[in-house]
Design a protein around this ligand. Sequence first.
Ligand code: NAP
Length: 289
Amino acid sequence: MTKILLLGANGQVGWELHRCLMTIGEVIPTTRKEIDLANDQNIVDAISAIRPDLLINAAAYTAVEKAEDEPELANQVNGYALEAISQCAKKYHFPLIHYSTDYVFDGTKGEPYTEKDTPNPINAYGRSKLLGEQILQVSGVPYLIFRTSWIYGMRGKNFLLTMLKLAQECTEIKVVNDQYGIPTWSRFVAQVTADVLVRGIDDLNNYFESHAGVYHLTPSGATTWYEFAKAIFAVARHNLIQVLPISSDEYPTKAKRPKFSVLKPNFQKLYSGGDCLDWLAVVKLVIEA
Ligand SMILES: NC(=O)c1ccc[n+]([C@@H]2O[C@H](COP(=O)([O-])OP(=O)(O)OC[C@H]3O[C@@H](n4cnc5c(N)ncnc54)[C@H](OP(=O)(O)O)[C@@H]3O)[C@@H](O)[C@H]2O)c1
């Protein structure tokens, strides 16, 4: 059975991946306790002991605000750790799946970003994620990078759960209405990853070599945080809470956010049978389930 080493198994995407991959191979779920991406020696020792057939890296430093204060740690976890992982991948001949973000873009394009657009991150988190992409791309290891955006789900720390909590506590909230992106369900990312893997599982190295690249993995459409909040309250039937639109200037943050980081999904290149649902249809699925 294919031995799949999963990093970040307690994260939003990692937790869903663990469940989606169980039927595909022998999943070895790990958290920071077993493999700390801040520690290169720990990475090398742990991977050398496991010697997987495939490594899926769903671990990341995802605290966008905090990354402004500790960019070195963000760069290590999201960037340089990929160097250590890639060295192991080369030594033991296994391919990699890695996740990245819409925040590698500056948000000035004004239309959806394709995988061919040049990244230009405007915050420390985005720069650290781009570093990871670049290290992997020159490593010589067969890889798939899935860029995704605005991840939410029914566990972890995310916008949807924050809104549902606020609906219990507040009668009015203000939400930014001038940043555009695509809300993406964590399970959608995991399910597409699993569906892609099924297609390559019989000859992983060959499959990854012939499909290596960056893929945008989101539903279709686009929205703002304000419209996303309104959709959540409407679907969850929280009719009493008032949502007021504000500008980013009215909600100052340490980390700059791109104004328009909408990704153009292209994961269907790997996934011929798959539909790309609209983001709102997915939100309905998640809340009504
Ligand atoms: N969240 C989003 O909105 C978003 C948007 C675009 C792209 N992405 C990308 O999608 C992927 C999955 O994100 P997610 O939302 O599932 O993230 P998440 O819920 O924040 O999970 C990340 C996991 O990484 C672990 N981690 C952090 N530092 C680590 C370290 N030094 N060593 C090992 N593990 C460490 C965390 O463990 P602890 O809980 O112990 O910290 C956590 O379990 C990431 O590559 C992320 O950059 C996320």
